[in-house]
Write a protein that binds this ligand. Structure first.
Ligand code: FMN
Length: 145
């Protein structure tokens, strides 16, 4: 069995409409399903969200990532899913999280502003490593805060 670890990074556009509490409900639902399914599938990662877009990192065995991502791609809560990277990696960056969540506080809004700035109009032109480092950096900061 191939035990190589893979990391997939994608960006997508949010299609959830409504007020903050409706958004929060949907995010809670996504995180609940993610944590339940990912822990069974040995998938770890992080999800970042603002009203405009999602960025997600998934890491784990190749077939498990593929299965998980196929479900995610069919989800009507987002569109324009754009894969930035799907590569073998030596270790997990989010080993402690079946799905860490980076929400929309002021700091994250600034990070997303950086994302949009870095990529210009076509935000999908961003590099997978950049998105990975942003999410990792954010969680490291949150842990030491
Ligand atoms: C942005 C986004 C990220 C998601 N991430 C995951 C994930 O990491 N793992 C997962 O199982 N489902 C994830 N989902 C939810 C799936 O699309 C799907 O609703 C869910 O896997 C169905 O699980 P269930 O059959 O156990 O109800 C995500 C959905 C969205 C919109």
């Amino acid at each position: 069995m191939d035990s190589t670890l893979y990391r997939l990074v994608y960006l997508s556009r949010n299609t959830i409409v409504g007020d903050d509490s409706r958004l929060q409900e949907e995010i809670d639902d996504i995180l609940k399903a993610s944590r339940r399914n990912n822990s069974r599938a040995q998938v770890t990662g992080a999800l970042m969200f603002n009203s405009g877009c999602f960025a997600q990192v998934l890491e784990g065995p190749h077939d498990k990532i593929q299965e998980t991502f196929e479900r995610i791609q069919c989800d009507a809560r987002h569109t324009h899913v754009s894969v930035l990277a799907f590569d073998p990696v030596h270790e997990r960056g989010f080993s402690e999280w079946n799905m860490a969540y980076v929400g929309q506080d002021a700091h994250n809004l600034a990070l997303f502003a950086g994302l949009n700035e870095a990529s210009g109009v076509d935000f999908a032109a961003l590099d997978g490593d950049e998105v990975y480092r942003l999410l990792r950096g954010h969680l490291e900061e949150a842990e030491t805060a």
